[in-house]
Design a protein around this ligand. Structure first.
Ligand code: ATP
Ligand code: MG
Ligand code: MG
Length: 352
């Protein structure tokens, strides 16, 4: 068959489905959310809970390969589905959906994360803050994105009262030392079924309030000097997971080299520039990889590429953005504008 199943119905699923359609595949979306935006561009969608085994089984039967656009899909129900070809696999999902597991995994493969400690309650937080020091960041191990589920300590961060009031989730938290980084970048790799791996040029990523605001390629020289080491770690991790598809790792560029921040077992916001700015987009390469096809060229298609996220009300100015002939506009069709919500993005490729 030639149906690709995508677990998750957000903008990444929508962009994956669009790339898959271009290659002639039929796409099915599985999402607990009714009216998911990815379903708008898919042939079929299933609206069911993540732990609905029967629905998952039916979905898997219809798809020759299943992938995910969201790293928080519960692992146990997927593990119960027989005869499902899941790419990337379950282990990648398991490691990347838990900050503690991913940091340990990175360390095991030669990576250097910020100093960290698991914390389950206020007492352990106090101990961790003493041993690791402040400033630092407390993060939930699971479910956090766009800086949600994080509390900063020291230097104008959360007060002692704020920290004492935190309801520690059952699934745990992690306390990590604050990294005095020069800049941030990501490595976006695509590993094919035969184990060959391709890298995109690393983007320099700017964040505002914990949310990615801009990705620029090429990155500064300070970052470019650290990309090789970061790629080597990415390759080690991808090989160890027998990974198939696009894998993203976020790094801090520091005076002491690249510091591992987190990984995403999927296409990534900091790779949206590849739609117009690379010969083959991260979305198409992910589809090629999971379908066992040769990868496309990851080379830059211009001199410089800048991708700006349209967050919250910023998307209201989209008609003005279209007045700029250099601007490639993407609106996700999410409807309700909310503060901090990613509504779209705009990419500008400088050709000469
Ligand atoms: P994403 O949306 O990328 O998944 P997230 O919610 O998982 O984000 P992180 O990537 O851990 O969160 O953190 C968001 C941003 O906060 C980072 O990109 C960085 O700018 C800042 N940050 C996180 N951890 C640290 C740290 N230990 N030291 C300094 N800055 C940090
Ligand atoms: Mg994250
Ligand atoms: Mg991040």
């Amino acid at each position: 068959g030639s149906t690709i199943g995508i677990l998750g119905g957000g903008q990444l699923g929508k962009m994956l489905a669009t790339a898959a359609a271009q290659l002639g595949y039929r796409v099915e979306i599985y999402s607990p959310e009714p009216d998911s935006i990815a379903a708008d561009v898919a042939a079929h969608s299933t609206v069911a809970a993540w732990d609905d085994i029967e629905a998952l089984e039916r979905f898997a039967r219809e798809c020759s390969v299943v992938t995910y656009e969201f790293e928080n899909v519960p692992v146990a129900p997927l593990a119960a589905i027989k005869d499902m070809v899941l790419r990337p696999g379950l282990r990648a999902l398991e490691v990347a959906q838990d900050r503690l597991a991913e940091k340990r995994f990175a360390e095991d493969h030669g990576g250097r994360p910020a100093p960290f400690a698991p914390v389950a309650n206020a007492g352990e937080l106090e101990t961790a803050m003493k041993s690791i020091g402040t400033p630092g960041i407390l993060k939930t191990c699971r479910e956090g994105y766009d800086g949600k589920g994080q509390w900063r300590t020291g230097n104008g961060g959360a007060s002692d009262d704020d920290l004492a009031a935190i309801a520690f989730p059952e699934t745990g938290c992690i306390y990590e030392g604050f990294v005095e980084f020069e800049s941030e970048f990501s490595v976006i790799a695509c590993r094919a079924l035969d184990g060959s791996i391709a890298f995109y040029d690393s983007a320099e990523n700017d964040h505002e309030g914990g949310i990615l605001s801009r990705s620029t390629v090429p990155a500064s020289m300070a970052i470019v000097a650290q990309v090789e080491e970061a790629r080597e770690l990415t390759r080690q991790i991808a090989d160890a997971l027998d990974y198939v598809g696009v894998l993203t790792i976020e790094f801090f560029a520091t005076a002491n080299g690249p510091v591992f921040n987190e990984m995403a077992p999927r296409v990534h916001n900091s790779g949206h520039w590849t739609i117009e700015g690379a010969v083959t987009s991260q979305f198409e390469n992910h589809i090629r990889a999971i379908c066992g096809l040769p990868l496309g060229d990851t080379a830059l298609a211009g001199k410089r590429v800048v991708m700006d996220n349209l967050i919250g009300e910023a998307a209201d100015g989209w008609v003005e953005i279209l007045a700029d002939p250099q601007a490639a506009l993407h609106l996700y069709g999410k409807g309700q504008v909310r503060e901090g919500r990613k509504m779209g993005h705009v990419t500008r490729v400088e050709r000469t």
